[in-house]
Design a protein around this ligand. Structure first.
Ligand code: AMP
Ligand code: MG
Length: 400
């Protein structure tokens, strides 16, 4: 038996080099991982500018008390530049985003002044108000986004604000997906007696894509040694990761194990967890290999725990794990000490705290427990039964 944490550490240790980089236009870079630091060559904003629609003035012309009339010497729209210098007792009508004119350092909000012909009547105000300073967002030379960052909409916006049109990101890891088992039938075909429809290849495909990787469908493989051997080796030629489900247990037809024992470089673990005990991890040809258990919930959970962090490391990410948080158990949870248990949970906000309950029957073949759930409830190895009202860890599912 190996702990979840040790299995994760061994798997991540084997991934030593991330996917190669590629240059992508900003519009195609969402969800990708930066391969390099992004350093700004310019200040953002490039010039001091007005934060409001109003009147630019010099601090010296702001009265300490009472009012003062200033001469309005012109008007400046965003995108225009005032070529003159503002003199004493002068104001410039200015729009949001227009560069501050020379001689001015403060802007009156237009609602706070009174316009009278070519003059504007102003009162007391804080010197320097309503000005955005040059470089207040980004300083020239600064590292604005660092390698390993996942590009969310805001990172892409920041890159655009620096004038960049493309970014150097990691290629998506390619993941070959295979289901194993004579009993497994392709959805949309006629199921023979004794068969079940393949669900794993579809839920796993979704997980692969949601993790930012590229799924390659390599179909269903029957429980035949030579066929399995050939198909796994072929998959390893066109993918960075080969991912199978089923056949890693100790049944008579669990051939993934015997095929891979020949291929070498694979560890077979009994992980101290529930559900999803058996797991194979290592390499086949030049590809990484993961053999997940066949039970539909177990295969999704082991993906979440072991495959996704590996894909994220391959993709060059800095953060490899989703942060769990605390919630209150709304019902008692049965738990065997000595292993880490994962229940399918429904997390909800109950007045002043996060509460979590299970989805009902927790068999590892009950895939609808995953559709009813929005999180895993994680109960650590050393814990036994959990009483209602106790605190437990939850890991929200990745939203899509
Ligand atoms: P195995 O690990 O191959 O012994 O499979 C464990 C259980 O998971 C068995 O009940 C299988 O029928 C089931 N199973 C295996 N592969 C799949 C699949 N692709 N989709 C749905 N269930 C599966
Ligand atoms: Mg099987």
């Amino acid at each position: 038996m190996i702990s979840v944490r040790d299995a994760q550490a061994h798997i991540l240790d084997r991934i030593t080099s991330p996917a190669p980089p590629e240059l992508l236009p900003l519009a195609a870079a969402l969800g990708r991982v930066l391969a390099d630091d992004v350093r700004s060559e310019m200040d953002v904003p490039p010039t001091a500018n007005s934060a409001v629609d109003g009147y630019a003035v010099a601090a010296a012309d702001i009265p300490a008390a009472g009012t003062r009339a200033l001469e309005v010497v012109g008007e400046l729209a965003a995108g225009a530049v005032f070529t003159g210098v503002l003199g004493p007792h002068q104001a410039l009508r200015i729009m949001t985003g227009a560069p501050m004119p020379a001689g001015a350092d403060s802007v009156y909000l237009q609602e706070f002044v009174e316009r009278a012909g070519d003059r504007v009547i102003v009162g007391p105000m804080t010197a320097g108000a309503n000005v955005r300073h040059r470089g207040e967002d980004v300083r020239a030379g600064a590292v604005v986004l660092s390698a390993g960052t996942v590009l969310r909409p805001q990172e892409i916006g920041v890159a655009a604000s620096l004038g960049l049109a493309q970014l150097l990101v990691r290629q998506k890891p390619r993941v070959a997906l295979l289901s194993t088992g004579d009993e497994v039938a392709e959805p949309g075909t006629v199921r023979k007696p004794g068969q079940i429809f393949d669900s794993n290849r579809f839920s796993l495909r979704g997980l692969v894509e949601a993790a930012g990787a590229l799924a390659v469908d390599d179909g269903i493989v029957p429980d035949q040694f030579d066929e399995l051997h050939a198909r796994l080796l072929r998959a390893a030629e066109h993918a960075d990761v080969v991912l199978t489900s089923g056949g890693v247990s100790v049944g008579d037809y669990d051939l993934v194990k015997s095929v891979l024992q020949q291929a070498g470089g694979i560890d077979f673990w009994q992980v101290a967890m529930q559900p999803g005990r058996p797991l194979a991890a290592g390499s086949i040809g030049r590809a990484h290999f993961f053999g997940l258990p066949g039970n539909p919930v177990a295969s999704m959970l082991t993906f979440h725990l072991f495959v996704r962090p590996a894909l994220w490391k391959l993709a060059g990410r800095r953060e490899l794990f989703v942060q769990p948080f605390h919630a209150t158990a709304a019902e008692p949870l049965s738990k065997k000490a000595g292993r880490r248990e994962f229940k399918r949970g429904i997390l909800s906000w109950a007045k002043d705290r996060w509460e979590v309950r299970t989805t009902g029957p927790q068999g590892s073949g009950i895939l609808t427990s995953m559709t009813a759930a929005n999180c895993f409830i994680v109960i650590e190895e050393e814990r036994g039964d959990v009483e209602a009202g106790e605190t437990v860890w939850v890991e929200p599912f990745q939203s899509l």
